[in-house]
Design a binder for this molecule. Structure first.
Ligand code: SF4
Length: 62
């Protein structure tokens, strides 16, 4: 599974970081980014982040 944040879309609300701090963190410009490329057992949390992001900035590729 590949997960990334479209930084041009992210509005920096912080929701994904709150929901899944194991996978996301805020970068220096106040936008979210992934903090790992190993998402093995985080799939449910990441799906919740994808569905919750207000601007659909989180993308998942199988
Ligand atoms: S939930 Fe979406 S808009 Fe909010 S910080 Fe995460 S990626 Fe950015």
């Amino acid at each position: 599974m590949k997960v990334y944040v479209e930084s041009e879309s992210c509005i920096g609300c912080g929701l994904c970081v709150s929901l899944c701090p194991e996978a996301f963190k805020m970068d220096n410009s106040g936008k979210s980014e992934t903090k790992t490329d190993k998402f093995g057992n985080l799939e449910p949390e990441i799906k919740q982040c994808v569905e919750s992001c207000p601007v659909n900035a989180i993308k998942v590729e199988e």
